[in-house]
Design a protein around this ligand. Structure first.
Ligand code: PRX
Length: 647
């Protein structure tokens, strides 16, 4: 790995930076007190907390005796301080020209109306509300309206299937769903309501479905259950008096993939999470709310959308771009046109997007005025040095610092990152723990590794944004994160300290794959494949891919009957890929499916995924001596080279 280049902070940037080197020492002296100061400085409390952390491993509370309302912190207080005319969102729909500017005063009216309507429909503090929406303003409004009422939202990415949606609704016992008829993706209308209807056949406890009309397509309707947003929200009063809630009031659930087939409902609460999101946003993105126009290109259905489109930015009162569509809708220069149009200053995106934009060539960004940009961010997967350099040169004009930010759904906010204006940056390195965050890299026995060595990434002390657990499964929470290295949080990532002690993330060390920054478990995809009537057994691995970081490769054995009946192998492979898309989501579609008579197994019957990964990445095969039948893997290797199937 290259450690050669290092870019020191420019003195010009440093002169106006929010962060200073002294933050590290201040936070290290007494992290709890430092976080308490952030909580008090950055948030508005109805009852100010007097205690920071209470820690009974693996469960933490932060600021537990404080009371606040998340929606007030994101909206009302900015209006109350005379900033109601500031644009909260320049919303850009996918169809050209579909633009709405929403000020903080507008946002307050919209959130208040939605809170009144939800309240009339029966939503109460402590409930869970599923949100399944495209990237439209109502998605943000729905989240904030839930938060305002003390109800936890569970946003399910609009690309998930009806089945995946139903699983998440059932696990969280949601009684309400907020959705839209559909959204616009790649110039086409993508339906959402039909998936909700199908999911709810399995979810009888859902009593109300609130539907935004976005596309105008026909939808089927269940009288008494379904209500139009424009009927009930638009008609509601735009004054809503908020209540305050304890700091540990659940704010949201976000389902994410673990190493088993069942996704985990990651729980976040209010005061600590909001402190973490607001503080990291302020320092890492060097936010100047009066002048910045920020754009986080994530979908609201993932944690990045929660922390760095909704809670972090709105708590800081900043202006943002919110874009509904794909980067190539209306032309492959769509992003650059948006940046130019709104004079975007801070762009936060994922390496996959950068690599895709890179493929489309530098002539497209070069044809637009991107000089408003002053800071660039990356998140979601390790960024390769080539993509980093391209981002720096062709998007950032060699002048913008790049913050490569490592964090997870579970951490709630950024944990490892450079601080712009303070920390040097290196192409591909996430550099240093954020102030107040404890990070270590350890070997198999849990001992810290030295500079120049790699190991497992662990977090050594609780932090405000940390998940408060897996919904309904405290044991799984302990087993997954806290038992591998007792007392420390095991992130599931490999990391390395370079010779300067700076941190490089090396990808997952478990059976979690990272496809275009989307987290999926190998087991989840195997489960879906085995659910197909023709499949006997399936083994799935994540193989490295130039664009998507990793891509899914599945090795499948067929039931005897299916094997004998099969006449067209490629038709079956297409059917299996489609099957996975239907059961989970198109993002889970394997890039390649290899039909094989057998899978490599150890004598105890465990599938050797390590070897399959070697096969999928065309590597020299590792040790095969523990296999029951060492010839199997050579055979699969042969099949792999003859099967470059699918798009
Ligand atoms: O493997 C790490 C990778 O994404 C995982 C977390 O995925 P998720 O919970 O979906 O959250 C994504 C957005 C925060 C991590 O375990 N990851 C995230 N950011 C980085 C990263 N890997 C390397 N570098 C990063 N900056």
């Amino acid at each position: 790995m290259s450690e050669t280049r290092s870019f020191p902070p420019s003195s010009e940037f440093a002169a106006h930076a929010n962060a200073t080197e002294s933050l590290y020492a201040e936070a290290a002296t007494d992290p709890d007190a430092w976080w308490m100061r952030q909580a008090l400085d950055r948030l508005t409390w109805d009852v100010a907390p007097t205690t920071a952390l209470a820690w009974k491993a693996p469960f933490a509370t932060w600021f537990a005796d404080g009371r606040l309302n998340a929606s007030v912190n994101c909206v009302d207080r900015h209006v109350a301080h005379g900033r109601g005319d500031r644009v909260a969102f320049h919303w850009v729909g996918e169809p050209e020209g579909d633009v709405i500017d929403i000020t903080y005063a507008d946002l307050l009216r919209r959130v208040s109306r939605a809170a009144n309507a939800l309240s009339d429909l029966g939503v109460r503090a402590g409930d869970r509300v599923a949100i399944y929406m495209p990237m439209i303003p109502e998605a943000v409004v729905a989240m904030l309206a839930c938060a305002r009422l003390g109800a936890a939202h569970s946003v399910v990415f609009g690309g998930f299937s009806a089945d995946a949606l139903a699983d998440r609704i059932l696990d969280a016992d949601c009684r309400f769903v907020i959705t839209a008829d559909g959204g616009f993706r790649r110039g086409a209308v993508a339906p959402l309501k039909p998936a909700v209807d199908e999911a709810l056949e399995r979810c009888p406890a859902v009593s109300r479905v609130l539907v935004v009309r976005r596309t105008g397509q026909d939808v089927s309707w269940v009288n008494g259950r379904d209500v139009w947003w424009h009927d009930v929200v638009d008609a509601a009063s735009d004054i809503h008096v908020p209540e305050s809630f304890p700091a540990e009031q659940p704010l949201y659930l976000m389902y994410t993939s673990g190493t088993t087939a069942r996704p985990k409902g990651i729980l976040h609460t209010t005061g600590g999470y909001l402190t973490h999101a607001a503080t990291t946003y302020y320092y890492v993105f060097d936010i100047k709310p009066e002048s910045d126009v920020c754009w986080t290109s994530a979908d609201i259905g993932w944690v990045t959308g929660h922390s760095y489109i909704v809670y972090g930015p709105l708590a800081n009162g900043v202006t943002q771009v919110l874009y509904e569509g794909t980067p190539d809708a209306g032309g492959r220069d769509r992003w650059w046109r948006i940046i130019e149009q709104f004079a975007v200053t801070v762009l936060y995106t994922a390496p996959t997007a950068i690599r895709t934009l890179m493929k489309w060539g530098e002539a497209l960004p070069a044809a637009h005025n991107l000089s408003s940009l002053r800071l660039l961010g990356s998140v979601g997967e390790p960024i390769n040095p080539e993509a980093w350099m391209w981002y720096r040169e062709h998007i950032g004009g060699n002048r913008c610092p790049i913050v490569d930010t490592w964090w997870q759904t579970e951490t709630g906010g950024i944990m490892i990152t450079p601080l712009p204006g303070v920390t040097a940056t290196k192409p591909g390195a996430a550099m240093r723990p954020f102030p107040g965050i404890g990070v270590d890299v350890v070997d198999n026995e849990g001992n810290s590794v030295g500079n120049g060595e790699g190991g497992y990434l662990v977090l050594t002390r609780p932090w405000p944004g940390m998940t408060r657990g897996i919904y309904g499964d405290p044991e799984r929470f302990n087993d997954t994160y806290w038992s591998r290295f007792p007392g420390r949080y095991f992130a599931g990532d490999g990391a390395k300290r370079d010779s300067d002690g700076d941190l490089w993330l090396l990808g997952r060390v478990d059976d979690v794959m990272n496809i275009s920054g989307h987290r999926l478990s190998t087991t989840e995809v195997e489960h879906a494949l085995v659910g197909h009537p023709a499949v006997a057994e399936a083994a799935v691995v994540g193989a490295s891919d130039d664009t998507t970081g990793q891509a899914i490769v599945a090795f499948v054995t067929l039931k005897l009957s299916a094997d004998e009946a099969m006449t067209d192998q490629s038709a079956l492979v297409s059917e299996l890929r489609q099957h996975v898309a239907t059961v989970i989501s198109p993002i889970a579609k394997p890039r390649q499916i290899i039909l094989t008579p057998d899978l490599p197994k150890t004598r105890s019957g465990k599938i050797m995924r390590r070897l399959l990964r070697d096969v999928a990445e065309h590597r020299q095969l590792g040790d095969v001596t523990t296999l029951t039948d060492p010839t199997v893997v050579a055979m699969i290797d042969g099949l792999m080279s003859t099967h470059i199937n699918d798009d």
